[in-house]
Design a protein around this ligand. Structure first.
Ligand code: SAM
Length: 293
């Protein structure tokens, strides 16, 4: 095996020039050029020689080299076909890396994990393309991909939204969805000068450690997420108004008021004041009241 050699500006430029690579904005291409940040991601992901790691968007293979050193096996999924010959070159020294030229959103990751890891949980590590951060992460959790942790670079504001709780301006449907499935921990903030080209936004590395069992018991997961979305769709409205106006829920205002009151909250409460546990109880109240109808 060879040692990681990318992750600094000179080497990255060398590789890009050798292949006359041009960045594609539509694919969210901002390559890492800072070895300290790479070390931090690998350490936070806690990868061992037992692990199969899925990397989303390897770019020119910078982080992939680090992952290949630490893991038993790495599967890297890259959408841009122009990067495939580059990856064959930069990862040529590693026999434990498989490159798949695919759109991650079209790939059946659960099936891949079944085939490649006998269904045992994998770890995900990536410097994500920011334009699809939420669909990638929620796709992994909602499709019940066997995963132990997801350690990823995301836009700084998105990391804040994932980690925050009630009473904070960033609190919303994403916070609750992520925290239902995993425990978030922001590992580090990363400034734009650690990437080539520099992104216009700040970045952060976040580790999401999958809960073994969800932290709340809920009769109907889908109903709870419908309630959460309806509550945050109209931020300035009360919870009762938000839920009454929702097409997806089709509940009478009277039933909604009853369900909210059973929570021990007044009819004027707003969705952003409720914890995940309270949303779960609200969902169970609504399911019970609907069943009595
Ligand atoms: N991992 C590299 C690094 O850190 O230098 C590149 C990270 S860059 C932020 C995001 C990568 O994701 C790019 O290589 C881009 O082409 C790739 N990508 C974008 N959309 C994708 C998709 N739908 N499926 C798979 N890869 C995608």
């Amino acid at each position: 095996m060879s040692k990681p050699m990318l992750g600094n500006p000179q080497k990255t430029i060398e590789v890009l020039q050798k292949y006359q690579f041009t960045f594609q904005k539509k694919f969210g291409q901002n390559f890492l050029i800072d070895t300290h940040v790479l070390d931090k991601i690998i350490r936070a992901a806690d990868i061992t020689k037992d692990d199969l790691v899925l990397e989303i968007g390897p770019g020119i293979g910078t982080m992939t080299q680090y992952l290949a050193e630490a893991a038993r096996q790495v599967i890297a999924v890259e959408i841009d076909k122009n990067l495939i010959p580059i990856l064959s070159d930069t990862l040529g020294g590693y026999d434990n890396v498989t490159i798949i030229n695919e759109d991650i959103l079209k790939l059946d990751i659960a099936q891949l994990v079944n085939e490649e890891n006998g269904g045992r949980p994998i770890k995900v590590a990536a410097n994500l393309p920011y334009y699809i951060t939420t669909p990638i992460i929620m796709g992994i959790f909602e499709n019940h991909v066997p995963v132990e942790s997801v350690t990823v670079m995301v836009q700084k504001e998105v990391a804040a939204r994932m980690q925050t709780g009630p009473g904070n301006k960033d609190y919303g449907a994403l916070s609750l969805a992520v925290q239902y499935y995993a425990k978030p921990y922001i590992v580090a903030n990363v400034p734009p000068n650690c990437f080539m080209p520099r992104p216009k936004v700040g970045s952060a590395v976040i580790r999401l450690t999958r809960h073994k069992t969800p932290p709340v018991e809920v009769a109907d997961e889908r109903l709870m997420f419908d309630i959460i979305r309806a509550s945050f769709n109209q931020r300035r409205k009360t919870l009762v108004n938000g839920l009454s106006n929702s097409d997806r829920l089709r509940l009478s205002r009277e039933d909604i008021i009853k369900a909210v009151e059973r929570l021990g909250k007044g009819a004027g409460v707003r969705g952003e004041a409720l914890t995940l546990e309270e949303f779960a109880r609200l969902c169970n109240n609504i399911a019970e009241i609907s069943a009595d109808r």
